[in-house]
Design a protein. Sequence first.
Length: 220
Amino acid sequence: MTEKPSILSMGPDFGADFQAKLEELLVWRRDVRHFRRDALPEGLLERLLGLAALAPSVGLSQPWRFVRVISVESRARVIENFEAANAEALADYSGDRAALYARLKLAGLREAPEHLAVFADLAPEAGQGLGRRTMPETLQYSTVCAVHTLWLAARAAGVGLGWVSILDPQRLTRDLAVDEAWRLVAYLCLGYPEAEHDDPELQRQGWQARAEAGPVVLTR
Ligand SMILES: Cc1cc2nc3c(=O)[nH]c(=O)nc-3n(C[C@H](O)[C@H](O)[C@H](O)COP(=O)(O)O)c2cc1C
């Protein structure tokens, strides 16, 4: 005899309205580099980080580690790090591409009210190693899942997030003096965006258009 599922085990019915809203959220999620300077309301960042921690992780290892970068000194080091890495990146381009690159705003580090450095702990006790024997990089992938969950939760709350990867990760890790087993996955700026858009800024600036044909999907 098969058991009837109880009402409780069925979970919520998200329904068509929610699905349409979710699609809107995905369309309007943006990488933000232009922030208003006003602070987030008390407790909002903590709430968003709690939602980020609902992300999937290999073996339930929950390897994400968040560092709130708040001191003037630490932020100044991050900005110096970014400016050096950005100047080196610019030097790799020439001609019109270099001119275009130089005009791009690739981080909102000076304006964003919140900075978060996100690390993956490469030696977490949680998870007991499950799922990462052949693919240890799944710890970083899990951390990216948390970043993306944070990105969506932030956008749903009207908060913009900008991902900054134009940084020397070893220098940043040293400057923030974190555990040796932690590897930098992302440096994030958060705050209210100056404007909302449904298309990527890099597309609007003429750097790179979205693929019109959709994602590459093979069959075997
Ligand atoms: C792993 C990763 C690193 C990124 N690093 C940077 C960065 O250093 N500077 C920047 O301006 N944008 C960065 N971005 C944002 C991308 O440029 C952006 O996601 C892309 O242009 C598409 O725009 P959208 O996020 O608004 O859809 C990064 C995004 C990801 C996922």
